[in-house]
Design a binder for this molecule. Structure first.
Ligand code: FE2
Length: 668
């Protein structure tokens, strides 16, 4: 008789426990145990609890390979899913084998768990392990199927209904409940105040200040005071919610005819635009990608969307200031170049159209496409191609948490025909065209911050906190990934020999980037170095990059004039006539303005089950890897401290890339 001791850990989230019974079967190299009941292992209403059980075998089962776990299909109480975190098995030889699970089990469900060291396929020496590995991937590929969302777009999860998403990929109960509460609360408050369906225009800026009784932030209050200021307008291109457009300008584009005379009053005395461009003090934001997009039809005609250009100057006091704005790509006498010396309303209107196009660009290009949809491709490829025992699965799965669910929810409610964002300037058709253009332009380098910042010529711009924090985070993530990957892949030959890994990369290339070689995304990986960079990019996209565009939405965009998703009137074609009332009538009306506000409220906030960057459920058992995770966490803490100290000196703290504020994955 041999005795195995099992420590069964139930998850610590809401409703993780169950009254049902469980059965386990230990599978070894020489045989398997009987199907053994663990009475009450689900621990009732207790969560986060560890329960111990014994499993006895008459004959030896040899070296322990697998653990089958079943949830009792016959218990008299109503069905309750059980979240099994992990099972630690102590063998008769006093060895400990850790089996991570981290999934919900429904009544009648059976899962086969693998424990012990992470392995690549060619390291599995027992036919039972080889077979289990293959079976797991067959099942995963049946569960997570690719779907062609639209021509020219990345593929997505084929499941359309949220309730059909496997529980392992769903939101937790607490998050789903909190999300629904916040959404309903926001909509109810707007309805209560007669704002939700009102097509009236705002009578004053003051009236926008008290839209929400409770959903406020000190940062948002500051934005409502600063939004008219030129320096704050420029600041947002570096440290706002869309720091991905501004670039150094060494030569004016031919379609932006800004003459020396025009901007001379806004430059330092004794210098010229030409000289300042040579010195690297001139910058540009150019929204060409937004040109001629189909827009929403209101009152029988399409609402305006201006593919603006804005020139900025870095003053000798190191302040970035806008010096010229053109609200369309084609120069003409009707396409005016607005200047800071124009009337207050004209200049404010010009900046408003830039904020409008920047907000749409930020949400659809930088946020939805370049983080949410891109991260979905990574998550799908991992779930389909890497078995749970694979070292890269263990490394990456925490960075895919919630991504498939939140994106399915976004497709059902946020973008596409008849969805919430269909009420913005971009019609559903316009959204599709923009997504296609974005993917056509997306490159591997553009998702790697050092290359991306260099390509925009922004290496030495002062007060560029997004860049500084991104570089810190990339470097620390890269060091961590290098340690883990080098441990499991001691040579380039092992990278080449890992066919699961190669298929993972190949699916990302083909389904995410449509097999386009010019994108620079690899279709295979040849070396350990290439693998390290690729995995770093995957984690960086899911965590810091998403945080940079998501977490500031509440602060910057919930103030309607700073984050307008629709403008009702076209830009002026002559200067000097517009009034402040014209500006108010240009802004989104009450229902559209407050819709954007409410989206910022419940999408741009932390949720209770927030997991910060670098905090992982235990997937690895190897002490060396666990030490690497601890080192990673220590480095992230040091970055947090650096950012906290820096922010103490700033009027507007930049905290979106503080590791404590970054979620591990795209999950909201
Ligand atoms: Fe997001």
């Amino acid at each position: 008789m041999s005795e195995y001791t099992l420590s069964v850990t139930t998850g610590s989230m809401l409703h993780a426990g169950t009254f049902d019974n469980l059965y386990v079967t230990l599978v070894g190299t020489e045989g398997q145990s009987g199907r053994t009941q663990l009475t009450g292992a689900g621990l009732g209403n207790d969560t986060g609890k560890v329960a111990s059980f014994s499993v006895n075998t008459v004959f030896t089962i040899g070296c322990l390979l697998l653990l089958q776990v079943e949830k009792d299909p016959f218990h008299e109480y109503k069905d309750e899913d059980w979240f099994c975190s992990s099972i630690l098995v102590r063998t008769p030889e006093k060895d400990e084998v850790f089996f991570p699970c981290y999934q919900w089990l429904s009544r009648g469900e059976l899962v086969v768990l693998r424990g012990g060291r992470a392995t690549k396929a060619f390291e599995d020496m027992h036919p039972r392990l080889e077979n289990q590995r293959k079976q797991e991937l067959v099942q995963q590929k049946l569960t997570y199927k690719w779907d062609k969302y639209a021509e020219g777009m990345a593929y997505v999860l084929s499941i359309k209904a949220l309730r059909r998403i496997p529980t392992e990929a769903s939101f937790s109960f607490s998050k789903a409940a909190q999300f629904a509460y916040r959404q309903n609360y926001a909509y109810d408050e707007l309805a209560e105040k007669g704002l939700r369906y009102s097509t009236e225009h705002w009578k004053s800026f003051e009236a926008m200040k008290n839209v929400s009784w409770f959903t406020r932030s000190p940062h948002l209050d500051m934005v409502s005071q600063l939004w008219k200021n030129d320096d704050f307008f420029a600041y947002q291109f570096l440290n706002g919610v869309n720091p991905y457009v501004i670039r150094r300008c060494s030569k004016l584009p031919s379609n932006f005819p800004v003459s020396e005379d025009l901007v001379a009053p806004f430059l330092d005395s004794g210098t010229t635009l030409e000289k300042e461009m040579e010195k690297g003090n001139v910058f540009i934001v150019d929204y060409k990608i937004m040109e001629a997009l189909p827009t929403t039809i209101m009152a029988g005609k399409p609402v305006p969307l201006t593919a603006a250009l804005c020139l900025l100057y870095l003053t000798p006091t190191k302040k970035l200031m806008p010096i010229a704005i053109q609200l369309g790509q084609t120069p003409s006498k009707d396409n005016l170049i607005f200047l800071p010396s124009d009337s207050e309303v004209d200049w404010l209107l010009a900046k408003l159209y830039v904020r409008h196009v920047d907000t749409l660009h930020g949400e659809f290009v930088s946020h939805l496409h370049n983080t949410h949809l891109t991260a979905e491709v990574f998550a799908m490829a991992t779930l389909r191609n890497l078995p749970k025992i694979h070292p890269l699965y263990k490394l990456l799965i925490p960075h895919h948490r919630g991504t498939l669910y939140v994106n399915t929810m976004a497709r059902a409610t946020l973008y596409g025909p008849g969805r919430n964002l269909d009420n913005t300037s971009l019609s559903a058709e316009g959204q599709l065209v923009l997504f296609r253009r974005t993917l056509a332009q997306l490159t591997y380098d553009s998702l790697c911050p050092h290359e991306e910042i260099a390509a925009r010529g922004l290496e030495s711009v002062p007060n560029f906190y997004y860049r500084d924090d991104s570089f810190r985070l990339w470097n620390v993530i890269n060091r961590f990934v290098k340690a883990v990957v080098s441990y499991y892949y001691p040579s380039d030959g092992e990278v080449l020999a890992d066919l699961e890994l190669q298929e993972w990369v190949n699916e990302i290339f083909n389904y995410g980037f449509l097999g386009k070689v010019s994108s620079g995304f690899p279709s295979s990986l040849q070396t350990v170095e290439e693998l390290i960079k690729f995995v770093t990019m995957v984690i960086f996209t899911a965590a810091p990059r998403h945080a940079s565009v998501n977490m500031g939405q509440m602060d910057f965009l919930a103030w309607i004039p700073n984050g307008p998703l629709l403008l009702h009137r076209a830009p002026p074609s002559v200067k000097g006539n517009a009034t402040m009332d014209d500006l108010l009538r240009t802004l989104p009306n009450k229902s559209i303005g407050t819709l954007a506000m409410s989206l910022a409220w419940f999408l741009g906030k932390k949720y209770e089950d927030f997991v910060p960057l670098g905090q992982y459920p235990k997937h690895f058992s190897e002490p060396a890897t666990l030490r690497m995770i601890e080192d990673f966490q220590a480095e992230l803490s040091a970055i947090s401290e650096t950012i906290r100290a820096r922010n103490k000196e700033l009027e507007l703290p930049y905290h979106y890339l503080n590791p404590k504020e970054i979620e591990n994955s795209v999950t909201i």
